[in-house]
Ligand binder design. Structure first.
Ligand code: UDX
Length: 432
C-alpha cells in the first residue's frame, strides 16, 4: 500500500519505517528540510535502539522515502497518517491542535482520489470530527474517510511495540476504511496482535484513558512507597503481592521518581481539560497530576534529610538524567526539577548520562557533565541513581572509587540494600 506519514517526529518516523519494513511504500514528510536531508543521509534525529538500521535498510531498498513536499506526497498516497505534535497549549492544559488542523487544511487541497486520513498523533475526542469538517470544505464525502489509529509506542522499545503490539485500535465510522486498515495491519494481526474496531471518538479516548490509567498506576505505587518508608515495609513486596492479582497486573507498579516523558504529563492534562469541556470532572486524574507534581518535592526533601540539611557545597552526582532509560528524551524528566533546585541551594552537581551532555542544564550554575561514570563519581558525597540505564545496574562502586565512600540514593531500586551496605556504602532507595 502507498502510505504517507506527515511529521517525522518520534511517532511518524518509527511508524513509517516499520510500515515500510512490512513491505509498504512509505513516504515520510516533514516541513523541516534540514531534518529531511539528514534522514536521506541515514542520520536519525532521535535516539531509539534499532531505528537507524531499519531506516538505512528500507531507504536503500526504496520502500522508504523522505520529502518536504506535502502536496505531491499526499497525492501519490492512499493512506495518510497525521503524526504531528499535540503539545499542551501555552496557556491552560488542553492540547494545542494547531499543527493538526494546518496539516488537515493542506491535505484537503491534495485529495485527487479516495484517501484515508488517519490521526496517529494523540488527539482529544472530537478532533476527527473537526478534521472531517475541514476536508469536507474542499472535497465530497465519498473521496475520503477520517480514522483514528492511536499509537502505543514506548520510547526505547518503539520498534518492538510496533511489531508486537498488545492491540491495534482503529476508530472509524465506516466499513470501507476499517477493511483497508485491517488489511494494512494484517501482518501484525497474523502474528497474534488483537485488532479492535471502535467508533472514531472511542479510539481517541482509548489512547488518553490508557495513558491516564498507567500514570495513575505509577502514582498509586509511588504514594504506597511513601507509606512503606514510614512503616518499614519493602514496596517491592507490595508490587509483587498486588501484581499477581490478574485484575491488577504487575507492570507499571515500579515506584520511583515522578513519571515524565512526552506523553503521560501532557496527556493527563489534556484529558482533564476535555473532561472540563464536556462538564465531566475527572477528579482521579486531576489528583494524579497533583500528586506527580509533588513527587519531585518529596524526593528532594529526602535528599535534604539524607544530607542532614547541609546541601551547600555538597558534591552530588546524578547517574542518568533522561526521564527513563534507552532514550535521550529529557521532556518532563524529574531531573529538570531536582538538579536546578539542588544547585540553587548550593550543591555542586555532576551528571553522567549514556546519551551525553544535555543543553537543559547549560545555564545552571554549578552543574557539569562528565563523560564517564567513573569521573562523575569522583569526589562525590551523594550519588543519585535517577534513571534505570543498564549501564548503572551492576556497578562495582568499591572498585570505581578508591578511598572516600559516598552515600547512594537509588531512586530506581536497582541495587539490593544489603549487598550495597555490605560494601560499606550508606544506601537509600524508594519505599524500602
Ligand atoms: C508512554 C506509554 O507507555 C505509551 O504507550 C504511549 O504511547 C506514550 O507514553 P513512554 O512515554 O515512552 O510511553 O514511557 P513509559 O515507558 O510508559 O514510562 C513513562 C514514565 O513512567 C517514565 O517516567 C517511567 O520512568 C515511569 N514509570 C513507568 C515508572 O515510574 N514506573 C513504572 O512502573 C513504569
Amino acid at each position: 500500500m502507498k502510505l504517507c506519514m506527515i511529521g517525522t517526529g518520534y511517532v511518524g518516523l518509527v511508524s513509517g519505517v516499520c510500515f515500510s519494513d512490512l513491505g509498504n511504500d512509505v513516504i515520510c514528510v516533514d516541513k523541516d528540510i534540514n531534518k529531511i536531508n539528514l534522514l536521506k543521509k541515514g542520520k536519525i534525529p532521535i535516539y531509539e535502539p534499532g531505528l537507524s538500521e531499519l531506516v538505512i535498510k528500507n531507504y536503500k531498498n526504496k520502500k522508504l522515502k523522505f520529502s518536504s513536499d506535502l502536496k505531491t506526497s499526499v497525492k501519490n498516497s492512499d493512506i495518510i497518517f497525521i503524526c504531528v505534535g499535540t503539545p499542551t497549549k501555552k496557556s491552560g492544559s488542553s492540547a494545542d491542535l494547531s499543527q493538526i488542523y494546518n496539516v488537515a487544511k493542506k491535505i484537503s487541497l491534495s485529495i485527487n482520489k479516495f484517501k484515508i486520513i488517519i490521526t496517529k498523533s494523540t488527539v482529544p475526542v472530537t478532533t476527527g470530527d473537526q478534521i472531517e469538517k475541514i476536508l469536507s470544505k474542499k472535497n465530497s464525502k465519498n473521496k475520503f474517510a477520517v480514522v483514528s489509529n492511536p499509537e502505543f509506542l514506548r520510547e526505547g522499545e518503539a520498534i518492538r511495540d510496533f511489531t508486537y503490539p498488545d492491540r491495534i485500535v482503529i476508530g472509524s465510522n465506516d466499513k470501507k476504511s476499517n477493511r483497508i486498515m485491517k488489511n494494512l495491519y494484517s501482518p501484525l494481526i497474523s502474528k497474534g496482535a488483537q485488532y479492535i474496531h471502535s467508533s472514531r471518538r472511542a479510539a481517541e479516548l482509548i489512547k488518553y484513558a490508557s495513558n491516564a490509567f498507567l500514570a495513575t498506576k505509577i502514582t498509586f505505587i509511588n504514594e504506597i512507597a511513601n507509606l512503606c518508608e514510614k512503616t518499614g515495609i519493602n514496596v517491592e513486596d507490595i508490587s509483587i503481592g498486588m501484581g499477581l492479582d490478574k485484575r491488577i497486573g504487575s507492570r507499571f507498579l515500579r515506584a520511583g521518581p515522578a513519571y515524565g516523558g512526552s506523553c503521560f504529563p501532557k496527556d493527563t492534562r489534556a484529558i482533564t481539560s476535555t473532561g472540563d469541556e464536556f462538564k465531566t470532572n475527572l477528579s482521579v486524574i486531576k489528583s494524579v497530576i497533583k500528586s506527580n507534581q509533588n513527587r519531585s518535592n518529596i524526593l528532594l526533601k529526602r535528599v535534604h534529610e539524607i544530607l542532614k540539611n547541609k546541601v551547600k557545597n555538597k558534591k552530588i552526582t546524578f547517574l542518568g538524567v533522561t526521564f527513563k532509560a534507552n532514550t535521550d528524551d529529557m521532556r518532563d524528566s524529574s531531573s529538570l526539577i531536582m538538579i536546578p533546585s539542588l544547585a540553587k541551594k548550593g550543591a555542586l552537581i555532576k551528571y553522567f548520562d549514556p546519551t551525553g551532555y544535555k543543553k537543559d542544564f547549560e545555564k545552571i550554575k554549578n552543574v557539569s557533565y562528565e563523560n564517564t561514570i567513573k569521573k562523575s563519581l569522583d569526589g562525590s558525597d551523594l550519588v543519585i541513581i535517577h534513571t534505570e540505564w543498564n549501564d548503572f545496574k551492576s556497578l562495582n562502586f568499591k572498585k570505581l572509587v578508591k578511598g572516600k565512600k559516598f552515600i547512594i540514593y537509588d531512586m530506581r531500586n536497582i541495587y539490593s540494600p544489603t549487598k550495597i551496605k555490605g560494601q560499606g556504602f550508606k544506601y537509600f532507595s524508594i519505599g524500602r
